[in-house]
Write a protein that binds this ligand. Structure first.
Ligand code: AMP
Length: 805
């Protein structure tokens, strides 16, 4: 509304007209309708528009246009289009420039034009057209609309640019980012770690031309002493209440309460103490309990104590200083009264434990009767108990605790080697080394989401003390299990618990002290990747697919750095969450193949995953990170073909044979050539020639940074030749050209003749007949046979479905 200050030239061309729309609401339009007059050239120039730093802008026009056929007599001169132009300028001076200096954006035509009839009915046949312009290099621009003899009412002009709105992802803040100038450009944007967090892997995301954030990479972690909550980090509060217990001339016993806001599970406490005024020489004790005795103290001396708690995120702040004094030499005093609260606490704990045991006997086991039932029954079983949720802390003797600190393979910074749980004599010890014990009452099971090898997989919620309830997946061990099944089931948790990476499924903990035995992991909303891709066939951009592959490669890099060989990497064993972040899961298979030579071809009652497994692993069980790379190549193929089954319906035996003979899967449809090349690299026969996972990650990063490199697709004809190139009857080698093929079968002398006669690609060669050979001058019967047999061999493979045309 109001005067926009636009300029019309000539003056009798475009007119500014106040109107009402079909609802009689006032609208402001520019109109021109010189349809009966020859040689119209009416310009409408907007005022200067700042582009606000954007280098690509969008212009949405809403207009009505008169149908020339409905104009009696106007047919000769009447037009049904108009032109839109722009002129860049850093300031308003550009206002006086000539029309011929404007750059044309497009000719605008109407999808719907109106007639006299519509006018009578007051029907507004409003057209909407959007055009974009870029790259812009100045601070702003003018738009111009040129009419050459149409009947137009310009109702609205909306000028905008797109941006990826500021967001916090993986504890990093990404600023408002205006999209790039190129419509296929992805801008790599670095995130800044939010307060109280530090970089784990430099956080980055990519801003697409459509204003969407894609492919998050890296993350920040809350600093030691801070915990992640709702995209922020807050510190666990310090211990506030410390009570003295028994005091002798050489020792002081203390007890304390958990911090008011633990903000996580307290893993241990650190107690620092020193003789008053002697702060430079202090002692540190670490304890998992909320009580200690400091001994070896001087009689009749004052000591200062400070306590801090450690959660998974690190240490909180120290408590204030508490000062206690040892007894003087002559008095062996003990504060008996201080024992009373401890006895009361013990009795209370005893009563609660008894109630819990009775509760479990009443409730039966969780998933045996269906998930919903079990959880509601549990609620009835303990209506009056205020159960404190948290991990139970097994009492360990000091020696064990010491060992744990020295040999703790996980969570200790700097030690990053996978420990095979089988090296533990007692597998239960391994579980408790690597997985936290969760109280069953902290878990609410909601529904069954899948069938695992050992029992149902449910979704549900986990409420831990001091933490918000959050969604989890719960794997259960079915009733009637054998000891071996229990061991194997929990073995997966012992492995998973050692990993801490954004692309590896995260273990929350295990329930082993009650039944059913459960493994609790983070919840992945979109389930397994193969099913998800099949359900969403063709729905993702190449960049989104590459983002998924990058995540999987990053998880695999972490596993291979840890010295862990997965052996069952396949899209079905990747889980995907609502942000399309892919995480490697299923850590159950490896030991089966490792320990049992008979199990090489059968596992979990099925077959070794032949289609995903490298030839050397199938042939002589050589499982390495390089064989995982082969499987990764197959996963790439699955992802790019939206969950297609590798090698389709070929039998396992045929797959083994074809791969041994040098055949490889063809490129999926519409697959970027760079990705297919990476697949072929992963499928190198010589495992040392395959790329390492860190190389794969960097290669994918490069492609993501430079999306135009993904534009070259493997086209239909090279798809076929690529399949042929991998096959060589004389061993390895690849037919990248007709010359190479002829050389390989020792018929190189005919290369020139083939090329001269138009047989310059393997596609063309595939059509050659005996007749053609004769015509080309291949007259020796032996040579004809050699060439035809080689062609025949390749065609048989085509017919088998290995290499579909
Ligand atoms: P698994 O025994 O690990 O193969 O799990 C069986 C099925 O349960 C999978 O195929 C998924 O559909 C589902 N599932 C397992 N873990 C999760 C999870 N963390 N989040 C969501 N679904 C899961």
């Amino acid at each position: 509304m109001g005067d926009l200050g636009w300029i019309a030239y000539p003056k009798n061309g475009w007119e500014e007209i106040g109107e009402v729309d079909e609802n009689y609401a006032p609208i402001h339009t520019y109109q021109v309708c010189k349809v009966m007059e020859q040689n119209q050239n009416n310009w409408l120039l907007t005022s200067w528009i700042s582009n606000e730093g954007a280098s690509r802008i969008f212009i949405e026009l809403k207009f009505t246009l008169r149908d020339c056929n409905s104009l009696p007599g106007g047919l000769g001169t009447c037009k049904e289009t108009f032109n839109m132009y722009y002129f860049e300028s850093d300031d308003e001076d550009g206002r006086n420039i000539k029309e011929n200096q404007y750059i044309k954006i497009d000719t605008i035509a109407a999808d719907e034009s109106f007639t006299e009839l519509d006018l009578g009915d007051r029907v507004m046949k409003l057209n909407t057209e959007v055009r974009d312009v870029g790259p812009l290099t100045k601070k702003g621009f003018y738009l111009a609309f040129q009419d050459v003899g149409a009947c137009i009412a310009l109702v609205s002009v909306r000028v905008y640019y797109k941006k990826c709105p500021s967001v916090i992802r993986n504890l990093a803040r990404f600023p408002d980012t205006i999209t790039g100038a190129d419509s296929s450009q992805l801008l790599e944007v670095s995130g800044v770690c939010i307060n109280h967090s530090v970089t784990e892997e430099a956080p980055k995301m990519h801003c697409s031309a459509e204003g969407e954030w894609l492919v998050p990479i890296g993350k920040c972690l809350c600093k030691a002493g801070y915990e992640e909550k709702n995209n922020t980090c807050q510190a666990p509060s310090p211990v506030s209440t410390v009570k003295k217990g028994k005091i002798t001339k050489n020792s002081i016993s203390l007890s304390w309460q958990e911090p008011d806001r633990p903000n996580g599970i307290i893993l241990e406490y650190e107690i620092k103490y020193f003789e008053k005024d002697q702060e430079t020489s202090y002692t540190i004790i670490k304890s998992k309990e909320t009580a200690i005795t400091a001994d070896g103290l001087k009689p009749g001396s004052a000591y200062v104590f400070q306590i801090r708690a450690r959660t998974a995120a690190g240490y909180g702040g120290f408590s204030r200083r508490f000062e206690f004094e040892t007894s003087p030499v002559s008095v062996a005093a003990s504060s008996d009264q201080s024992q009373i609260p401890i006895i009361v606490v013990s009795v209370t704990v005893g009563v609660i434990l008894l109630a819990v045991v009775i509760g479990f006997l009443l409730s039966g086991s969780c998933c045996d009767h269906g998930c919903g039932w079990a959880s509601s029954l549990r609620a009835v079983a303990y209506p009056s108990l205020t159960w404190r949720c948290g991990y139970s802390k097994a009492k360990q003797d000091p020696e064990e605790e010491k060992m744990h600190f020295h040999n703790g393979h996980i969570k200790l910074p700097g030690v990053r080697t996978y420990v095979d749980p089988h090296t533990y004599e007692d597998p239960n010890q391994a579980v408790h080394e690597f997985a936290k014990e969760i109280e069953a009452s902290c878990i609410t099971i909601e529904r069954v989401i899948g069938a695992g090898e050992f029992g149902e997989v449910c979704s549900g919620r986990l409420k831990l003390q001091g933490k918000r309830e959050f969604p989890v997946a719960i794997k259960t061990l079915k009733v009637g299990y054998t000891e071996k099944q229990r061991r194997d089931f929990l073995g997966e948790a012992s492995i998973m618990g050692q990993f801490d990476h954004p692309n590896i499924i995260h273990l929350e903990g295990v329930v082993t002290k009650s039944k059913p035995v459960m493994i609790v992991t983070e919840y992945m909303e979109n389930g397994s990747l193969d099913t998800f891709l099949k359900k969403n066939d063709g729905q993702f951009t190449v960049i989104q697919l590459v983002g998924m592959l990058r995540g999987i490669a990053s998880g695999m890099k972490y596993l291979s750095d840890m010295g862990y060989v997965h052996r069952d990497l396949a899209a079905r064993n990747i889980l995907i969450n609502s942000n399309l972040v892919c995480k490697v899961s299923d850590f159950g298979l490896s030991r089966v193949l490792e320990d049992d030579p008979e199990a090489a071809y059968t596992t979990r009652g099925g077959k070794i995953p032949i289609r995903w497994t490298a030839p050397e692993a199938i042939a002589f069980r050589k499982f390495t990170s390089a064989s995982d790379v082969w499987s990764y190549g197959i996963v790439m193929w699955e992802v790019m073909s939206y969950g297609e089954r590798p090698y389709w319906e070929m039998t396992n035996q045929d797959v083994i044979k074809a791969v041994e003979e040098g055949y490889r899967l063809p490129s999926p449809m519409d697959c970027p050539a760079a990705l297919y090349q990476l697949m072929l690299d992963c499928w190198q026969k010589d495992r040392n020639s395959r790329p390492k996972f860190d190389e794969i990650v960097s290669m994918l990063d490069k492609l993501i940074r430079n999306p135009s490199s993904l534009k070259t697709l493997v086209n239909a004809s090279s798809r076929v030749s690529n399949l042929l190139v991998e096959h060589s009857p004389v061993g390895s080698g690849a037919y990248r050209s007709v010359g190479e093929w002829l050389e390989a079968i020792k018929m190189g002398r005919y290369t020139e003749i083939f090329m001269e006669n138009g047989y310059s690609s393997m596609d063309a060669v595939a059509q050659v007949t005996l007749e053609d050979l004769r015509r080309l001058g291949v007259t020796l019967v032996g040579h004809q046979k050699k060439i035809m047999n080689s062609l025949q061999e390749m065609k048989v493979q085509l017919v088998n479905g290995m290499v579909p045309l």
